[in-house]
Write a protein of this length. Structure first.
Length: 484
């Protein structure tokens, strides 16, 4: 069984409308702006340009929130207009046939969108898709009908309007309400898409290196597509085509329909997924991923340095003809902003990878089990226990009767948390630690079992605890192998 993860706007539903000056078309965002008139279109284009040039600190939700507060709410978006655009959205060719024929015992369909939850729900209902996640949901005031006297213009009693003749002659009804009231947003686009998918790997006990497929269309899908073992672009942006596994079908034609995707998908075997895993460092060994990310960071830094030198050179030469050079300068600035944004994203992923011990355990645990070796008691560790505990937290669970013999560890080493098996039941799920040591003598104690179950970190059993020097040696040697 594998996840079949799909973008929504431009992938499931066609993106029909594109504002002049904006680099992409959309199913909802730009049509909503158009429904609000010329001012709505102007503001939408302005905010899109702000995003493309590095605004909002690269945080997608900041863009969504400002669209709500500066475009949709002040310009009077109504529920009727919003619902109409949701219902008018057209499916990409082949979508309905594809999902109606999909074998749910082989693929679990998932929708993930930087757009509206309401559009996601419509596709879920009509295409029988169990999981769906959108970045934004709008809430509107209730719509009411008010009746007015045609002669006096005053509001009238509803009961009078029900009279067969008089009601039609004297009264007219007008809808009232339906104004945009509030919103709910979640980080579910660009890098945020993959975070949602990671949760489903745990739910279905799937391997993120081999057990999923991604289908998308925009450059905002580049991050998640680069992580998938198999990925498709449909009517894809040029940047996305460079990342995905398939941007054309078997005949070499660009993929524009789900029928083409279906043909390729049916021909894939498990070996195809494993092959992609070995070729793409982002979906294989986390240590290789760390190395890959660092290489990308260094490459972007070097490219940025060259671009800045080129920019400065251009500025120096453009004094005599500044207007002619403006276009080139803005292009360079935009490219630098894109690279800076990508650099920040890669740096953040690198930091997350360092801390993601659970992921390391899942991907590496089967190949390199962590255990106490025979010579760990006497062999001098490559690093001291104090050094190894400097940037990580460790829990040690021991017997209540021997608590005084290992209590000294609490005082001597920071970030080492010593817990007695006789202590009150702790809420381990709220603790953020990187490793667990459990004394063998209390392995069946409820406290030890609870720690192993709720902490969800690598752990080993220790027999030695009376000799402090040997205990420290064991801990240091095991931690060094686990993290280096």
């Amino acid at each position: 069984m594998k996840l079949l993860v799909c973008d929504v706007e431009g992938t499931i539903f066609a993106a029909r409308y594109k504002i002049d000056g904006v680099d992409y078309a959309s199913t909802m965002w730009q049509p909503l702006a158009q429904s609000l008139g010329e001012e709505g279109v102007r503001r939408e284009a302005e905010l899109a340009h702000k995003w493309e040039t590095g605004g909002y600190n690269g945080i997608y939700l900041n863009w969504v929130n400002e669209t709500y507060s500066e475009v949709h709410k002040p310009l009077g978006l109504k529920k009727g207009t919003f619902d109409s655009l949701i219902n008018q959205a057209e499916y990409i060719p082949g979508v309905k046939d594809f999902f109606s024929q999909l074998d749910h015992s082989q693929y679990i369909p998932v929708l993930i969108s930087g757009g509206f939850q309401e559009l996601v729900r419509r596709a879920q209902k009509e295409l029988n898709i169990p999981h769906g996640h959108g970045a934004c949901e709008y809430f509107f005031n209730p719509v009411e009908t008010i009746y007015y006297n045609k002669i006096t213009g005053k509001q009238s009693d509803f009961l009078l309007t029900r009279l067969p003749v008089i009601g039609k002659l004297l009264y007219r009804n007008m809808p009232c309400g339906g104004e945009l009231a509030s919103k709910c947003t979640v980080p579910c686009d660009f890098g945020g898409k993959y975070e949602y998918v990671k949760y489903l790997f745990d739910v279905y006990n799937l391997d993120p290196a081999t057990d999923w497929v991604f289908i998308g269309d925009g450059k905002n899908d580049c991050d998640i597509a680069s992580r998938a073992p198999i990925s498709f672009s449909i009517n894809g942006h040029e940047k996305l085509k460079k990342v995905v596994t398939y941007s054309v079908d078997k005949s070499g034609q660009e993929i524009t329909s789900f029928n083409q995707i279906n043909e390729v998908l049916k021909s894939l075997s498990d070996n195809d997924f494993k092959l992609k895993c070995t070729q793409n460092p982002q979906v294989s060994d986390p240590k290789k991923e760390k190395q890959y990310l660092q290489e990308q960071i260094d490459k972007l830094k070097a490219e940025n340095e060259e671009l800045w030198q080129e920019l400065n050179s251009t500025l120096e030469k453009s004094n005599s003809d500044l207007m002619e050079k403006d276009t080139n300068i803005e292009t360079l600035k935009s490219k630098i902003a894109d690279n800076d944004k990508q650099l920040r994203k890669l740096s953040n992923e690198n930091e997350i990878l360092q801390k993601d011990r659970t992921y390391l355990q899942k991907t590496m645990g089967k190949k390199l089990p962590i255990k106490v070796e025979e010579n760990d008691e006497t062999e001098q560790p490559p690093r001291t226990l104090s050094e190894l505990l400097e940037n990580r937290k460790v829990v040690f669970v021991g017997l209540k009767k021997d608590y005084q013999q290992f209590q000294y560890l609490n005082k001597k080493y920071k970030n080492l948390i010593v817990i007695s098996s006789g202590s009150k039941q702790k809420d381990f799920s709220s603790m953020k630690v990187d490793f667990l040591f459990v004394f063998t003598g209390c392995i069946d104690h409820p406290t030890a079992k609870k720690a192993i179950k709720e902490l969800k970190v690598p752990y080993v059993h220790i027999n030695t605890f009376r000799n402090s020097e040997k205990l420290v040696n064991i801990m240091a040697n095991v931690l060094f192998r686990a993290f280096f």
